[in-house]
Design a protein around this ligand. Structure first.
Ligand SMILES: Nc1ncnc2c1ncn2[C@@H]1O[C@H](COP(=O)(O)OP(=O)(O)O)[C@@H](O)[C@H]1O
Ligand SMILES: [Mg+2]
Length: 244
């Protein structure tokens, strides 16, 4: 579904992503793990058209993403849940969700939008209870649910999730990861999941890639990576042990 081949991305002279190749098949959850500064966010931002690659190709269902504008990428069915959630805190929960459908709001099908809102509220009942509240009053876990819900409002076939577990207590993080798993299992969404918390990510993923200073240094089935000594030492150590 998503195929990234020999991607090179620069910020000025900084070579942030180095000949990275990865693919995500329809219905898969693929984890992209790596420490701070490895290039995870840069890869996601390049896929969603926010950053242009220097070299390499990106295709989504055969569409070339290398020169596609971000709004068009969303319309193709690829939604990005950004690092740090980026919700609009003074706005209500409901209005934040509607922002996720901005690219089709102009077609004025309010009834369809309401249907999609109801679907998100059914998925995340905590958001339904707080729909009229300012988004800034939500807990960290609820804000992450809101960011995911907003992405779902675009009716994606594939989600790009950038560190959904960041800053959350272990039990809340587990709850978010269960939701992500359910999006795939029950709604057939395809997921590319970026995480520093390798343990949680590999638990719900089918396959994974390990990124280090812009290079993909390892890849394989999630169980294999979980058992890999280098991965264990670097990413599954005690300090990352988000309990469970
Ligand atoms: N806007 C930017 N300008 C310059 N350098 C950047 C910018 N964003 C990220 N970088 C650099 O690119 C590298 C990869 O960053 P990033 O993709 O954010 O990593 P990760 O998401 O894995 O933490 C890092 O060395 C980082 O300092
Ligand atoms: Mg990042």
């Amino acid at each position: 579904m998503l195929v990234v081949t020999n991607l090179d991305v620069f910020y000025g002279r900084i070579h942030a992503v180095r000949r990275a190749s990865l693919h995500v098949g329809k219905g898969e959850i693929v984890a992209l793990i790596g420490g701070n500064g490895a290039g995870k966010t840069t890869i996601l931002s390049t896929v969603s058209g926010l950053i242009r690659p220097r070299e390499g190709s990106l295709t989504f269902d055969g569409h070339d993403l290398g020169r596609t504008r971000p709004e068009k990428v969303v319309r193709l069915g690829l939604s990005h849940v950004p690092e740090g959630r980026r919700i609009f805190k003074p706005m209500s929960v409901g209005d934040n969700l509607l922002l996720g459908a901005f690219h089709r709001a102009k077609f004025g099908r309010r009834a369809l939008l309401d249907q999609d809102l109801d679907a998100v509220y059914a998925l995340f009942p905590k958001l339904a209870e707080r729909r009229a509240q300012a988004a800034g009053t939500l807990s960290g876990g609820e804000q992450q649910m809101l960011a995911i819900g907003r992405a779902l409002m675009a009716r994606p076939r594939m989600l790009l999730l950038d560190e959904p577990g960041m800053g959350l207590a272990p039990n809340i993080m587990s709850e978010i990861f269960r939701h992500i798993r359910a999006l795939r299992d029950e709604m057939a969404l395809t997921v590319l999941l970026v995480e520093q918390n390798a343990k949680q990510a590999l638990r719900i993923a089918d396959r994974g890639y390990v990124l280090e200073t812009g290079r993909i240094i390892l890849q394989g089935p999630a169980e294999e990576l979980t058992e890999n000594r280098d991965v264990q030492r670097a990413y599954l150590g005690r300090e990352q042990d988000g309990q469970a």
